[in-house]
Design a protein around this ligand. Structure first.
Ligand SMILES: [Zn+2]
Ligand SMILES: [Zn+2]
Length: 335
């Protein structure tokens, strides 16, 4: 089969590799669409821990079942359209046994620790696969994983009906948090962003766009909330300035949620927390329940609007360069 192997150092190789051989509890999928994730770009640019190369990356994918191992055959059959949870848990560590398997300390990840979706075929454990409802097309299905990140962030935040929400950063993660907030019944939802291209995408999706190049974000949020401050704020940018803003924009006893990845430890004013009794929370990936809910509640039209590019497998490198630039939202590869 054809696959794109990452060799490190911004280098990809299009190769003919062996077909994956499945064991009894695994599925063989024909990959339909695979998204390029912000974390893939970090790996591509060498900003993340070294993996074992060559590696077939890609953890946001949809596909069609070609073959099910004998223990999985009762659950899946050839022709099933599925989306995939890339997290693989050990089931034995303290966190797994405490019911927080997504924080498994021995966790592995399809597309990072084993071969992923930038290939014609991929093998996965049957428990990673979820059948798609009929109304979810395969391109949008490849965005289940990022959408589940948004669902988890909202569940972590403890958002209540009518809460006013500010999201700092309008990349994929910022937008999926906004979509999940809307579906959870938030009041006003605003997103701050510097890129003109992304500001336009924010408006197209029906959210309030705050241009942080020309607008003071704290003042804009205060104006939007009658001088009170947001109920919940998310840092989805991981920039030094957004780390400062995420507490400043809150009302007394508001909740700040950290969803971005910081390249360097940021400076934050923790006095803001005690004096105003703020709550600070972190969020990472998604639980099985979040993932399932993401599939069932997927805002199909909005997610479709977030897809800016669809490229063939041969153009993975071009896709990574495109996705690194500010003039792209979600880039999908169709192997
Ligand atoms: Zn991802
Ligand atoms: Zn574990």
């Amino acid at each position: 089969m054809r696959a794109v192997q990452f060799l490190g150092n911004k280098q990809f190789r299009i190769s003919e590799v062996e077909m994956p051989q499945i064991s009894s509890d695994e599925l063989l999928l024909k990959v339909k669409y695979t998204g390029i994730c912000g974390s893939d770009i970090h790996v591509y640019q060498g900003h993340m821990a070294k993996r074992n190369y060559p590696l077939i990356m890609g953890h946001e994918f949809s596909g069609e079942v070609i073959e099910a191992g004998k223990d999985a055959a009762g659950m899946f059959q050839a022709g099933d359209r599925v989306t995939v949870n890339p997290l693989v848990y050990c089931g034995k560590c303290h966190n797994c046994r405490s019911g927080i398997r997504h924080l498994c300390t021995e966790r592995t990840f399809t597309g990072y620790t084993s071969d992923g979706g930038f290939a014609e075929y991929v093998k996965i454990s049957a428990h990673q696969a979820y059948k798609l409802p009929e109304h979810v097309p395969l391109d949008v299905a490849a965005m289940t994983e990022p959408y589940a990140v948004g669902v988890h962030a909202i569940n972590i935040s403890g958002l209540n009906l009518g809460d006013n929400v500010i999201i700092l950063g309008g990349g994929t993660i910022g937008l999926v948090i906004a979509l999940a907030a809307r579906s959870a019944g938030a009041g006003q939802i605003a997103i701050s962003e510097v890129s003109e291209y992304r500001l336009e995408a924010i408006r197209r999706l029906g959210f309030t766009a705050i241009d942080s190049k020309t607008t003071n974000v704290k003042e804009a949020v205060m104006e939007m909330t009658d001088g009170i401050g947001a109920d919940v704020a998310f840092d989805a940018a991981g920039a030094p300035v957004t780390a400062e803003q995420v507490t400043q924009v809150l009302r007394f006893r508001g909740t700040a949620v950290i969803a971005g990845l910081y390249a360097h430890p940021p400076k934050v004013d923790l006095n803001d927390l005690n004096f105003r009794e703020l709550v600070l929370k972190g969020t990472t990936v998604y639980s099985d329940r979040d993932f399932k809910h993401a599939i069932q509640s997927m805002p199909v039209e909005s997610l479709q609007k977030m897809i800016s590019h669809r490229l063939p497998l041969e153009e993975v490198q071009n896709g990574f360069e495109t996705a690194s630039a500010a003039e792209a939202m979600k880039v999908l590869i169709a192997p």
